[in-house]
Design a protein around this ligand. Sequence first.
Ligand SMILES: *[C@@H]1O[C@H](CO)[C@@H](O)[C@H](O)[C@H]1NC(C)=O
Length: 244
Amino acid sequence: MSSISIYLLTFAVLLQTIFGASSYLNICSSSDNYPSMTLMTINDPYESSLRKLLGNLYYQTPPQGFGLGSVGQDPYKAYGIALCRGDVEATGCRTCVNEASSEIHKRCPYNKGAIIWYDNCLVKYVNTDFLGKIDDQNKFYMYNLRNVSEPTTFNQKTRELLSLLAKDASETPKLYAAGELELEKSKKLYGLAQCTRDLSGSDCFKCHDGIIGELPRCCDGREGGRVVGGSCNIRYEIYPFVTA
Ligand SMILES: *[C@@H]1O[C@H](CO)[C@@H](O)[C@H](O)[C@H]1NC(C)=O
């Protein structure tokens, strides 16, 4: 998989404004493309593995909010996962995974590996077995353009909340936690932390610990921010954004 490029970081500001309910961000694996465009046919074996895999994920994911699997025989075997945000119901999850699957295939038609993130779900596939391993290559940041007035205290609170949520997430079967923290009178900080469920609890914690460490680079003093990876993600805002 390609790692997140400067290009994506530069456009974090832009993404922040366009990343609405039906917008997304995707990364196509730059290496290891399957056949060159001219050779690509509807009967390509990897293509057919992918189609089956995405079909399986579409059925498997919505009830529990997570699906994983592999389809095909080497060298045409495809591995994939789909994850919905912890508060998203089955119907919303189904809609998101459906849209993500068709979009990722359109955006990365010749890639053996790809990942796509929406607000409500992510879908990822690769031609090597990545299941159960922390993905620290595919990642992006998003942040609110507005700054808080007291960044030092605010950054501390953000870190405190997300560290608590990272711990909670690693101790629940869903590997998901959302919560809030009192900032000052009548002001609150809201956060969430979630891992893909192919990780163990301890790897989930490790993954979150890593991206929480990136907050100063990502979101220093910003009113809201997200570090979104292939295996875990965190988000905080000064308004509620999770369905209770
Ligand atoms: C927020 O802070 C950053 C970094 O100091 C600065 O570049 C940016 O212009 C500020 N944004 C606003 C809206 O003031």
